[in-house]
Design a protein around this ligand. Structure first.
Ligand code: VGL
Ligand code: ZN
Length: 206
């Protein structure tokens, strides 16, 4: 059933449900593909649906291979702060950057790409990792009168968490459906993200 006008202030934000973050992908998140059926069902009740897509140029500065002598999952200092180095993933135009093939992309009002600047990563759907360069999503949502956001997708402790925290910082109501997310969990990053979200007033459900 399509959502009625009483839900016209709500959006479902599906974070990075892409091939490279699912089992078999370049930066696979355990169980990443298992959330697709639930995410698809949540779209039925959503007034607005936004999909984000991690979209890096080859040789992106967040890739370990761009830092000779460094390994994936190490942290380095960038001009904008600490940055985890990742295996190359979600390279623009590759199959790995595509959405999971069972995801209902037809339901999306907006597909927002992020992480396309070669020298800066963008975990959050709202700001790049300098926490100040906007992606444009805030303006899109405000123009549509959307004030309540539900986040699902990958990964709980990086792109989902950073997006939900930024949503609160910008004054949106923010909810994370944990049963429709999966985490990378690097050195306790999941516990940290959950605590940070609770402290910021993000509602954690599922
Ligand atoms: C993500 C690490 C690097 C994510 C994206 O979607 O959580 N994590 N790029
Ligand atoms: Zn990325």
């Amino acid at each position: 059933m399509p959502a009625g006008p009483e839900h016209a202030t709500e959006a479902l934000i599906v974070i990075d449900l892409q091939v490279d973050f699912c089992p078999g992908g370049a930066l696979a998140v355990t169980g990443g593909d298992a959330i697709v059926p639930l995410v698809n069902r949540l779209m039925d009740e959503a007034f607005a649906v936004v999909l984000t897509q991690d979209w890096h140029p080859a040789g992106h500065l967040s890739f370990a291979a761009s830092h000779p002598g460094r390994d994936a999952f190490e942290t380095v200092e960038m001009p904008y702060g600490p940055q985890v180095l990742w295996p190359a993933h979600c390279v623009q135009g590759t199959g790995g950057a595509g959405f999971h093939q069972a995801l209902r992309t037809d339901r999306a009002d907006l597909i927002l790409r992020k992480g396309f600047r070669p020298g800066i990563d963008s975990y959050s759907a709202f700001f790049e990792n300098d926490r100040s360069t906007p992606t444009g999503l805030e303006g899109y949502l405000r123009n549509r009168g959307i004030t309540e956001l539900t986040f699902v997708g990958l990964a709980t402790d990086f792109c989902v968490g950073w997006s939900a925290l930024d949503a609160r910082r910008l004054g949106f109501d923010a909810r994370v459906r944990l049963d429709a997310c999966r985490a990378i969990d690097l050195d306790g990053s999941l516990d940290t993200a959950l605590a940070d979200m609770r402290a910021a007033g993000v509602t954690l459900e599922g």
